[in-house]
Design a protein around this ligand. Sequence first.
Ligand SMILES: [Zn+2]
Ligand SMILES: [Zn+2]
Length: 59
Amino acid sequence: MALEMRGACERCESVVAADGVAWICSYECTFCEDCTAALRRVCPNCAGELVRRPTRVAR
Ligand SMILES: [Zn+2]
Ligand SMILES: [Zn+2]
């Protein structure tokens, strides 16, 4: 199953591009870099650790 690429931060709703920096937890809650720093890399939805999402590079 392919990783779903959500397009917006769940906290501030700013757009996170597929080729930009985004952070996700194991349930794929998605956050922008600013919110991830503010949240201390802990997902507010599931208390999981947030990790850098791999960058999807357009070909
Ligand atoms: Zn955000
Ligand atoms: Zn989560």
